[in-house]
Design a protein around this ligand. Structure first.
Ligand code: FES
Ligand code: FE2
Length: 344
């Protein structure tokens, strides 16, 4: 028993700092079945479980009685039962049952605002209740996307949430690191600024990046499959904690992705990518093109991660150049949501 306790304590993470208020992935829906699951969020050990109605809940994992881990328990009568002395906690976190006596009034665990959509269980991070519902992101696992054309990645990284998300706003690295074969620099456009004296930050920081002449990330292979285009466009709907990204060649969508994050702790995150490649006809060539695009997304993720793991701690950045315009814009936006998380 002692060994396990030590293991649990050392496995917890340092609390996150500089994290934007927003919706974060606690875990993929498919990983939460009937029994409770352990997850570490924002530096704290948490437990995810489903009530009898199937709804997902995410709560602090440490039992307030004597500190046992609740993810070792089970769900009984719609409440989470601690394995040690069988106290039970309902979906609000309140202790609703203690064998043989009345539950102490103060006995409760923290319950995080939890929603389930787009194939993930999401929790809200911030001071106070959620400021908006989870983004209406597509569930890219849905049946209309055949399995060869939709896929998911979940990769641990030492990068912060901001580093993971700002990567999409960085057109220069798409060329320099991922080898995107384009002619000239990206043209970056943003939606018109909201006309309001409202002090609250915008909910989204959207951007469109357009390059002339695209030849595909896989270079020669992409070329063989006729994936060239006169114009390549990345359209981004970006919240402070997740994104929907669509890629177009000459106005035809190639694929789309959901990018989301699990902030485990300071400099420990999981990057979640859910992607679906659009079918380009039903024939063999269409299927092969889909596989090439799928390989492009997977290769790009593998190229980013080793860089992420070496980035300077503290979200610092050195010299800005014109290609960093969108990154700077996102950073200002992100920081507004960090301040909201801190002040409530
Ligand atoms: S430690 Fe949980 S009920 Fe005693
Ligand atoms: Fe990248």
């Amino acid at each position: 028993m002692r060994h396990r306790t030590v293991e649990r304590r050392t496995a917890s993470a340092r609390p996150v700092t500089n994290l934007a208020s927003g919706w974060y992935v606690a875990l993929p829906s498919a990983e939460l079945r009937r029994g409770p699951r352990r997850t570490t969020l924002f530096g704290d050990a948490c437990v995810a479980w489903r009530g009898e109605d199937g709804r997902a809940h995410v709560q602090g994992a440490i039992c307030p009685h004597a500190g046992a881990a609740l993810y070792g328990g089970k769900v009984v009568d719609g409440a989470l039962e601690c394995p040690f002395h069988r106290w039970r906690f309902d979906e609000s976190g309140a202790c609703v049952f203690v064998p043989g006596r009345r539950p102490p009034a103060r006995a409760a665990v923290t319950s995080l605002p939890t929603r389930e959509c787009s194939g993930y269980v999401w929790v809200w991070y911030g001071n106070g209740p959620p400021r908006y519902e989870p983004p209406d992101l597509p569930d890219l696992r849905a049946r209309r996307f055949p399995s060869t054309r939709s896929f998911r990645l979940a990769d641990p990284t030492r990068a912060t949430t901001r580093r993971i998300l700002e990567n999409t706003y960085d057109p220069d690295h798409l060329v320099a690191l991922h080898g995107l074969t384009v002619a000239g620099d990206a043209r970056i456009t943003f939606p018109a600024a909201r006309e309001s004296a409202d002090a609250d930050p915008e909910e989204r920081c959207d951007a469109t990046l357009t390059w002339p002449s695209y030849r595909g990330v896989l270079g020669t292979v992409s070329n063989v499959f006729g994936l060239n285009a006169d114009e390549f466009t990345l359209r981004l709907r970006g919240w402070a904690s997740c994104q929907e990204i669509e890629y177009f060649a000459d106005g035809r969508r190639l694929y789309r992705m959901v990018l989301a994050v699990t902030p485990i702790g300071e400099h420990r995150s999981i990057q979640h990518i859910s992607a679906a490649v659009d079918a380009d006809g039903t024939g063999i060539l269409g299927r092969l093109r889909a596989l090439v695009h799928r390989a492009e997304v997977q290769v790009a993720a593998r190229q980013d991660l080793p860089i992420f793991d070496t980035l300077l701690p503290g979200d610092r950045h050195g010299i800005y150049v014109p290609g960093d315009e969108a990154v700077r814009r996102f950073r200002r936006f992100y920081q507004q949501w960090v301040e909201l998380a801190q002040r409530g």
